[in-house]
Design a protein around this ligand. Sequence first.
Ligand code: FO1
Length: 304
Amino acid sequence: MITVLSGGVGAARLLRALSGEIDPGEITAVVNVGDDLVLHGLTICPDLDTITYTLAGLNNDQLGWGLAGETWRVMDELAELEGASWFRLGDRDLATHLYRSQRLSEGATKTDVARELCQRWGVRVSLLPVTDDEIATVFDTEIGALSFQEYFVRHRHDVVVRGITVQGVAESSPTIEVLRALEESSRIVIAPSNPLISIDPILQVPGVREILHARRDDVVAVSPLINGAALKGPADRLLVELGHEATCVGVADFYHEVMGTFIIDEVDAHHAAQIESRGVNVRVTTAIMAAPDDARRLARAVLA
Ligand code: FO1
Protein backbone atom coordinates (compact mmCIF):
# COMPACT_ATOMS: atom_id res chain seq x y z
CA MET A 1 0.00 0.00 0.00
CA ILE A 2 1.27 3.48 -0.83
CA THR A 3 -0.18 6.84 0.17
CA VAL A 4 0.27 9.98 -1.92
CA LEU A 5 -0.15 13.49 -0.46
CA SER A 6 -1.91 15.25 -3.31
CA GLY A 7 -2.89 18.62 -4.73
CA GLY A 8 -4.48 18.95 -8.19
CA VAL A 9 -3.16 18.26 -11.67
CA GLY A 10 0.47 17.23 -10.87
CA ALA A 11 -0.77 14.73 -8.30
CA ALA A 12 -3.49 13.47 -10.64
CA ARG A 13 -0.92 12.69 -13.34
CA LEU A 14 1.38 10.92 -10.89
CA LEU A 15 -1.53 8.87 -9.50
CA ARG A 16 -2.55 7.90 -13.04
CA ALA A 17 1.02 6.79 -13.81
CA LEU A 18 1.27 4.85 -10.52
CA SER A 19 -2.04 3.13 -11.34
CA GLY A 20 -0.38 1.77 -14.48
CA GLU A 21 2.42 0.18 -12.44
CA ILE A 22 0.63 -1.29 -9.41
CA ASP A 23 -2.92 -2.31 -8.54
CA PRO A 24 -4.85 0.99 -8.09
CA GLY A 25 -6.57 -0.63 -5.11
CA GLU A 26 -3.22 -0.42 -3.31
CA ILE A 27 -2.99 3.37 -3.75
CA THR A 28 -4.48 5.99 -1.44
CA ALA A 29 -4.42 9.73 -2.17
CA VAL A 30 -4.67 12.09 0.81
CA VAL A 31 -6.02 15.22 -0.85
CA ASN A 32 -5.81 18.94 -0.05
CA VAL A 33 -9.13 20.65 0.69
CA GLY A 34 -7.74 24.12 1.50
CA ASP A 35 -8.79 25.35 -1.96
CA ASP A 36 -12.40 24.15 -1.57
CA LEU A 37 -15.07 26.82 -1.88
CA VAL A 38 -18.78 27.42 -1.55
CA LEU A 39 -20.18 29.29 -4.54
CA HIS A 40 -23.83 29.59 -5.67
CA GLY A 41 -24.56 27.60 -2.49
CA LEU A 42 -22.57 24.65 -3.88
CA THR A 43 -19.56 22.99 -2.24
CA ILE A 44 -16.76 22.64 -4.78
CA CYS A 45 -13.63 20.53 -4.09
CA PRO A 46 -11.28 21.26 -7.02
CA ASP A 47 -8.37 18.97 -6.07
CA LEU A 48 -10.60 15.97 -5.31
CA ASP A 49 -12.50 16.51 -8.56
CA THR A 50 -9.38 17.01 -10.71
CA ILE A 51 -7.96 13.72 -9.43
CA THR A 52 -11.26 11.83 -9.76
CA TYR A 53 -11.84 13.05 -13.33
CA THR A 54 -8.23 12.24 -14.34
CA LEU A 55 -8.31 8.72 -12.91
CA ALA A 56 -11.69 8.12 -14.54
CA GLY A 57 -10.24 9.29 -17.89
CA LEU A 58 -12.82 12.10 -18.00
CA ASN A 59 -10.54 15.10 -17.40
CA ASN A 60 -10.27 18.15 -19.62
CA ASP A 61 -6.63 18.10 -20.75
CA GLN A 62 -6.70 21.55 -22.36
CA LEU A 63 -7.93 23.36 -19.25
CA GLY A 64 -6.16 21.16 -16.67
CA TRP A 65 -9.38 21.13 -14.61
CA GLY A 66 -12.99 20.16 -15.19
CA LEU A 67 -14.46 17.57 -17.53
CA ALA A 68 -13.74 16.72 -21.17
CA GLY A 69 -16.40 17.64 -23.73
CA GLU A 70 -17.67 20.41 -21.45
CA THR A 71 -20.30 22.99 -22.41
CA TRP A 72 -20.88 26.34 -20.67
CA ARG A 73 -24.55 27.21 -21.12
CA VAL A 74 -25.24 27.76 -17.41
CA MET A 75 -22.18 30.03 -16.99
CA ASP A 76 -23.13 32.01 -20.11
CA GLU A 77 -26.66 32.54 -18.76
CA LEU A 78 -25.23 33.50 -15.37
CA ALA A 79 -22.95 36.06 -17.03
CA GLU A 80 -26.04 37.54 -18.76
CA LEU A 81 -27.56 37.96 -15.29
CA GLU A 82 -24.29 39.56 -14.11
CA GLY A 83 -23.92 36.76 -11.57
CA ALA A 84 -20.56 35.45 -10.32
CA SER A 85 -19.19 33.77 -13.44
CA TRP A 86 -15.45 34.33 -12.91
CA PHE A 87 -15.08 30.80 -11.51
CA ARG A 88 -16.24 28.75 -14.48
CA LEU A 89 -18.38 25.74 -13.67
CA GLY A 90 -19.12 23.71 -16.79
CA ASP A 91 -22.54 22.18 -17.33
CA ARG A 92 -21.27 18.62 -16.80
CA ASP A 93 -19.04 19.59 -13.87
CA LEU A 94 -22.04 21.26 -12.18
CA ALA A 95 -23.64 17.85 -11.70
CA THR A 96 -20.72 16.85 -9.43
CA HIS A 97 -21.17 19.96 -7.27
CA LEU A 98 -24.95 19.48 -7.10
CA TYR A 99 -24.45 15.84 -6.09
CA ARG A 100 -21.85 16.67 -3.42
CA SER A 101 -23.82 19.59 -1.99
CA GLN A 102 -27.02 17.57 -1.72
CA ARG A 103 -25.19 14.67 -0.02
CA LEU A 104 -23.48 17.05 2.44
CA SER A 105 -26.87 18.58 3.28
CA GLU A 106 -28.11 15.06 4.06
CA GLY A 107 -25.29 14.59 6.59
CA ALA A 108 -22.69 12.81 4.40
CA THR A 109 -19.04 13.84 4.75
CA LYS A 110 -16.63 14.87 1.98
CA THR A 111 -14.98 11.48 2.53
CA ASP A 112 -18.32 9.72 1.86
CA VAL A 113 -18.94 11.78 -1.27
CA ALA A 114 -15.43 11.18 -2.66
CA ARG A 115 -15.93 7.43 -2.19
CA GLU A 116 -19.37 7.51 -3.84
CA LEU A 117 -18.16 9.50 -6.87
CA CYS A 118 -15.18 7.17 -7.31
CA GLN A 119 -17.51 4.14 -7.20
CA ARG A 120 -19.79 5.67 -9.85
CA TRP A 121 -16.84 6.29 -12.19
CA GLY A 122 -14.93 3.08 -11.50
CA VAL A 123 -11.96 4.81 -9.83
CA ARG A 124 -10.21 2.24 -7.63
CA VAL A 125 -7.62 4.54 -6.02
CA SER A 126 -8.92 5.57 -2.56
CA LEU A 127 -9.34 9.35 -2.53
CA LEU A 128 -9.39 10.76 0.98
CA PRO A 129 -9.86 14.45 1.80
CA VAL A 130 -7.24 15.07 4.50
CA THR A 131 -9.97 16.29 6.84
CA ASP A 132 -13.76 16.47 6.88
CA ASP A 133 -13.53 19.71 8.87
CA GLU A 134 -13.73 23.13 7.22
CA ILE A 135 -10.32 24.58 6.38
CA ALA A 136 -9.62 27.44 3.99
CA THR A 137 -6.33 28.70 2.57
CA VAL A 138 -6.23 32.51 2.63
CA PHE A 139 -3.65 34.79 0.97
CA ASP A 140 -2.44 38.01 2.57
CA THR A 141 -1.67 40.06 -0.56
CA GLU A 142 -0.73 43.57 -1.63
CA ILE A 143 -4.45 44.19 -2.31
CA GLY A 144 -5.71 42.64 0.92
CA ALA A 145 -6.88 39.19 2.04
CA LEU A 146 -8.00 36.89 -0.78
CA SER A 147 -9.60 33.46 -0.67
CA PHE A 148 -7.73 30.71 -2.53
CA GLN A 149 -9.80 30.91 -5.72
CA GLU A 150 -9.96 34.72 -5.68
CA TYR A 151 -6.14 34.71 -5.67
CA PHE A 152 -5.72 31.78 -8.06
CA VAL A 153 -8.47 32.34 -10.63
CA ARG A 154 -9.92 35.84 -10.23
CA HIS A 155 -6.50 37.54 -9.94
CA ARG A 156 -4.70 34.82 -11.99
CA HIS A 157 -2.11 34.49 -9.14
CA ASP A 158 -0.70 37.82 -10.34
CA VAL A 159 -0.64 39.80 -7.09
CA VAL A 160 2.19 39.92 -4.54
CA VAL A 161 1.63 37.55 -1.61
CA ARG A 162 2.97 38.41 1.86
CA GLY A 163 1.71 35.40 3.75
CA ILE A 164 -0.52 32.35 3.58
CA THR A 165 -2.72 31.05 6.38
CA VAL A 166 -4.96 28.02 6.54
CA GLN A 167 -8.03 29.07 8.48
CA GLY A 168 -9.52 26.44 10.78
CA VAL A 169 -6.59 24.05 10.41
CA ALA A 170 -5.46 24.16 14.06
CA GLU A 171 -8.92 22.96 15.16
CA SER A 172 -9.23 20.36 12.39
CA SER A 173 -8.47 16.64 12.60
CA PRO A 174 -7.38 14.18 9.96
CA THR A 175 -10.01 11.52 9.30
CA ILE A 176 -9.55 8.02 10.73
CA GLU A 177 -9.06 6.76 7.16
CA VAL A 178 -6.23 9.27 6.60
CA LEU A 179 -4.48 8.34 9.85
CA ARG A 180 -4.75 4.65 9.01
CA ALA A 181 -3.38 5.18 5.48
CA LEU A 182 -0.43 7.25 6.74
CA GLU A 183 0.40 4.79 9.50
CA GLU A 184 -0.08 1.55 7.57
CA SER A 185 1.21 2.22 4.05
CA SER A 186 4.70 0.98 3.23
CA ARG A 187 5.58 4.23 1.48
CA ILE A 188 4.34 7.83 1.62
CA VAL A 189 4.78 9.94 -1.49
CA ILE A 190 4.60 13.73 -1.71
CA ALA A 191 3.28 14.48 -5.21
CA PRO A 192 4.83 17.21 -7.40
CA SER A 193 2.16 19.66 -6.24
CA ASN A 194 2.67 23.21 -4.99
CA PRO A 195 4.52 22.84 -1.64
CA LEU A 196 3.07 26.03 -0.13
CA ILE A 197 -0.58 25.88 -1.16
CA SER A 198 -1.30 22.22 -1.92
CA ILE A 199 0.95 20.14 0.34
CA ASP A 200 1.49 22.46 3.33
CA PRO A 201 -2.25 22.69 4.16
CA ILE A 202 -2.22 18.85 4.37
CA LEU A 203 0.89 18.86 6.59
CA GLN A 204 -0.70 21.49 8.86
CA VAL A 205 -3.65 19.27 9.78
CA PRO A 206 -2.69 18.26 13.35
CA GLY A 207 -0.93 14.89 13.45
CA VAL A 208 -0.05 14.62 9.76
CA ARG A 209 3.38 16.28 9.88
CA GLU A 210 4.23 14.29 13.02
CA ILE A 211 3.51 10.97 11.27
CA LEU A 212 5.62 11.92 8.25
CA HIS A 213 8.42 13.10 10.53
CA ALA A 214 8.39 9.78 12.40
CA ARG A 215 8.28 7.85 9.10
CA ARG A 216 10.74 10.11 7.27
CA ASP A 217 12.75 7.20 5.82
CA ASP A 218 9.58 5.93 4.08
CA VAL A 219 8.69 9.33 2.59
CA VAL A 220 9.66 10.17 -0.98
CA ALA A 221 8.84 13.55 -2.54
CA VAL A 222 8.86 14.50 -6.22
CA SER A 223 10.14 17.99 -7.03
CA PRO A 224 7.47 20.27 -8.51
CA LEU A 225 10.20 22.63 -9.75
CA ILE A 226 12.31 21.86 -12.78
CA ASN A 227 15.17 24.19 -13.56
CA GLY A 228 13.69 26.63 -11.05
CA ALA A 229 10.27 26.79 -12.70
CA ALA A 230 6.89 25.27 -11.95
CA LEU A 231 5.29 23.51 -14.92
CA LYS A 232 1.94 25.01 -13.95
CA GLY A 233 0.78 27.56 -11.38
CA PRO A 234 2.62 30.00 -9.11
CA ALA A 235 4.88 27.70 -7.02
CA ASP A 236 8.13 29.38 -8.15
CA ARG A 237 6.83 32.91 -7.68
CA LEU A 238 5.29 32.15 -4.27
CA LEU A 239 8.48 30.51 -3.00
CA VAL A 240 10.43 33.70 -3.78
CA GLU A 241 7.74 36.02 -2.36
CA LEU A 242 7.71 34.05 0.89
CA GLY A 243 11.48 33.98 1.32
CA HIS A 244 12.40 30.55 -0.05
CA GLU A 245 14.74 29.65 -2.89
CA ALA A 246 12.81 28.87 -6.10
CA THR A 247 14.80 25.75 -6.99
CA CYS A 248 14.54 22.11 -6.05
CA VAL A 249 16.99 22.95 -3.23
CA GLY A 250 14.46 25.43 -1.83
CA VAL A 251 11.77 22.75 -1.98
CA ALA A 252 14.15 20.26 -0.31
CA ASP A 253 14.74 22.76 2.50
CA PHE A 254 10.97 23.13 2.89
CA TYR A 255 10.44 19.33 3.12
CA HIS A 256 13.71 18.08 4.63
CA GLU A 257 12.23 17.25 8.05
CA VAL A 258 9.49 15.08 6.57
CA MET A 259 11.15 13.34 3.61
CA GLY A 260 13.97 10.82 3.34
CA THR A 261 14.24 10.77 -0.45
CA PHE A 262 13.78 13.49 -3.06
CA ILE A 263 13.28 12.85 -6.77
CA ILE A 264 14.61 15.63 -8.98
CA ASP A 265 14.77 16.10 -12.72
CA GLU A 266 17.89 15.39 -14.79
CA VAL A 267 18.35 19.11 -15.53
CA ASP A 268 18.71 19.66 -11.76
CA ALA A 269 21.24 16.85 -11.22
CA HIS A 270 23.93 19.43 -10.30
CA HIS A 271 21.90 20.26 -7.14
CA ALA A 272 22.05 16.67 -5.84
CA ALA A 273 25.08 17.05 -3.55
CA GLN A 274 23.67 20.22 -1.97
CA ILE A 275 20.37 18.43 -1.22
CA GLU A 276 22.17 15.35 0.13
CA SER A 277 24.04 17.64 2.56
CA ARG A 278 20.60 18.19 4.21
CA GLY A 279 20.48 14.44 5.01
CA VAL A 280 18.11 13.63 2.15
CA ASN A 281 18.72 10.87 -0.44
CA VAL A 282 18.41 12.09 -4.02
CA ARG A 283 17.22 10.17 -7.10
CA VAL A 284 17.62 11.80 -10.52
CA THR A 285 15.14 11.00 -13.31
CA THR A 286 12.69 12.72 -15.65
CA ALA A 287 10.34 14.53 -13.29
CA ILE A 288 8.17 15.94 -16.12
CA MET A 289 5.13 13.84 -17.05
CA ALA A 290 4.62 15.30 -20.53
CA ALA A 291 4.76 11.98 -22.41
CA PRO A 292 3.34 8.66 -21.08
CA ASP A 293 6.85 7.12 -21.15
CA ASP A 294 8.18 9.88 -18.88
CA ALA A 295 5.26 9.48 -16.48
CA ARG A 296 5.92 5.73 -16.36
CA ARG A 297 9.62 6.29 -15.64
CA LEU A 298 8.77 8.71 -12.83
CA ALA A 299 6.21 6.30 -11.35
CA ARG A 300 8.83 3.51 -11.39
CA ALA A 301 11.34 5.79 -9.64
CA VAL A 302 8.76 6.58 -6.96
CA LEU A 303 8.12 2.87 -6.41
CA ALA A 304 11.77 1.73 -6.67
N1 FO1 B 1 -9.23 27.29 -12.79
C1 FO1 B 1 -9.21 28.41 -13.55
O1 FO1 B 1 -8.13 28.88 -13.90
N2 FO1 B 1 -10.39 29.05 -13.92
C2 FO1 B 1 -11.61 28.56 -13.56
O2 FO1 B 1 -12.63 29.16 -13.90
C3 FO1 B 1 -11.64 27.35 -12.80
C4 FO1 B 1 -12.84 26.75 -12.45
C5 FO1 B 1 -12.84 25.51 -11.79
C6 FO1 B 1 -14.03 24.85 -11.52
C7 FO1 B 1 -14.01 23.62 -10.89
C8 FO1 B 1 -12.80 23.04 -10.50
O3 FO1 B 1 -12.79 21.83 -9.91
C9 FO1 B 1 -11.60 23.68 -10.77
C10 FO1 B 1 -11.60 24.92 -11.41
N3 FO1 B 1 -10.40 25.57 -11.70
C11 FO1 B 1 -10.40 26.73 -12.43
C12 FO1 B 1 -9.11 25.01 -11.25
C13 FO1 B 1 -8.76 25.43 -9.79
O4 FO1 B 1 -8.92 26.79 -9.59
C14 FO1 B 1 -7.28 25.23 -9.42
O5 FO1 B 1 -6.55 24.64 -10.43
C15 FO1 B 1 -7.09 24.45 -8.16
O6 FO1 B 1 -7.89 24.88 -7.12
C16 FO1 B 1 -5.62 24.44 -7.71
O7 FO1 B 1 -5.29 23.13 -7.47
